[in-house]
Design a protein around this ligand. Structure first.
Ligand SMILES: Nc1nc2c(ncn2[C@@H]2O[C@H](COP(=O)(O)OP(=O)(O)OP(=O)(O)O)[C@@H](O)[C@H]2O)c(=O)[nH]1
Ligand SMILES: [Mg+2]
Length: 330
């Protein structure tokens, strides 16, 4: 069943006397799956319906073509689609699998398998653990930072520091401050227009001094094609690394799922500038092309760790490939 928050994070004993995190109840997990299905409605209606119509009819050459079209339309990507449909066709024609039900189950497994790459945990055993957020403008860095802080602080009892290393816009700083208040997190900001590297430095120092568990550094949006700003991001990373060995322990790249294959390009160029350890795919609720969540990890070799399926607090979820594939197809 659904992957839980406690499966995503690798933690040592909960800090600061908080109660050990409780596994999510079966009922809550069912509710979460229903919500995931509901919020992925756009993709499910486009992809799921076509898959059902195709696989439950008489299977012939046209079946595989229609299936390919449906997957490519859902942004699963040409390479991944060819791989998955080719495999399913082989298994079906060489015997073994037949019937709409069995083919659908197998297709779901194959899609989920593509999306599982690398280590998709977030390791929080370093004290403090530093998470650096990066991504193109408006992809959901600040929202993800806020939601993540909320889970870490309110549900897991971690002491969290949020750092506004987006120093270009006053509104950006205020937006993060609001999230910090909601999450009960410490907030670090610098004067407007200061060097983001120096704010990141102050933030990590506050985390060390305050015995924090997690420091999350939110950065300004930047285009993957802006070399100077990509250089700035690399500098922020170096500053943090000099201050605390192995930091940042996690570098999360937010990708807006509605940008489709351009998101793939963004991820490629960001990971050339800085080592990206995980992807956050946001706005999956707003697109019929949610298949990108399954393809992007396979294409890049970088695990998707979190998905955004709406603007509410509970709409940030750890990514579970099996659950996601089922929510799309079934
Ligand atoms: N529907 C939906 N909206 C989202 C999701 N994640 C973020 N948003 C919205 O997208 C908008 C931009 O989010 P931000 O978190 O401000 O994005 P950002 O990357 O910090 O933006 P900049 O700092 O300007 O680069 C906000 O209106 C969010 O509420 C999601 O998963 N689904
Ligand atoms: Mg922001």
């Amino acid at each position: 069943m659904a992957r839980e928050w406690s499966d995503l994070f690798i933690t040592s004993a909960p800090a600061h006397g908080a109660a050990a995190p409780q596994p999510e109840s079966t009922e809550r997990r069912r509710g979460m799956f229903a919500r995931l299905r509901e919020n992925l409605r756009k993709t499910r209606q486009a992809l799921g319906a076509e898959i059902q119509a195709t696989l439950f009819e008489e299977v012939n050459d046209e079946t595989w073509e229609r299936l390919e079209e449906a997957l490519i339309y859902a942004d699963v990507g040409a390479r991944t689609t060819a791989q998955v449909v080719g495999q399913l066709e082989r298994e079906a024609t060489e015997g073994g699998i037949s019937g709409g039900e069995a083919l659908t189950v197998r297709l779901t497994e194959l899609l989920a398998g593509i999306a599982r790459v690398g280590d998709d945990h977030i390791d929080l055993r370093s004290k403090p653990s530093v998470i650096l957020m990066a991504g193109v403008n408006g992809t959901g860095k600040t929202t993800t930072t806020g939601k993540l802080a909320h889970h870490l602080s309110r549900e897991l009892g971690h002491r969290v520091v949020l750092v506004a290393a987006d120093t270009f816009r006053a509104a950006a700083v205020e937006q993060l401050e609001l999230w910090a208040q909601r999450a009960g997190a410490q907030f670090v900001r610098g004067p407007e227009g200061t060097d983001p590297g120096s704010v990141a430095f102050e933030g990590v120092q506050a985390g060390i001094d305050g015995n924090a568990d997690v420091v999350i550094v939110d950065t300004a949006g930047r285009l993957h094609t802006q070399d100077d700003l990509m250089g700035e991001l690399a500098k922020i990373r170096r500053v943090i690394g000099k201050q605390l060995p192995d930091a940042p322990h996690e570098t999360l790249l937010t990708v807006d799922a509605t940008t489709g294959q351009n998101g793939l390009r963004q991820a490629q160029l960001f990971s050339q500038a800085i080592p990206v350890s995980g992807l956050v795919l946001t706005k999956l609720d707003g697109t019929a092309k949610g298949g990108i969540a399954l393809a992007i990890a396979g294409e890049l070799g970088i695990p998707v760790k979190l998905i955004g399926i709406g603007e509410q607090l509970e709409d940030l979820r750890p990514f579970d490939a099996d659950e996601f594939a089922r929510a799309l197809v079934s």
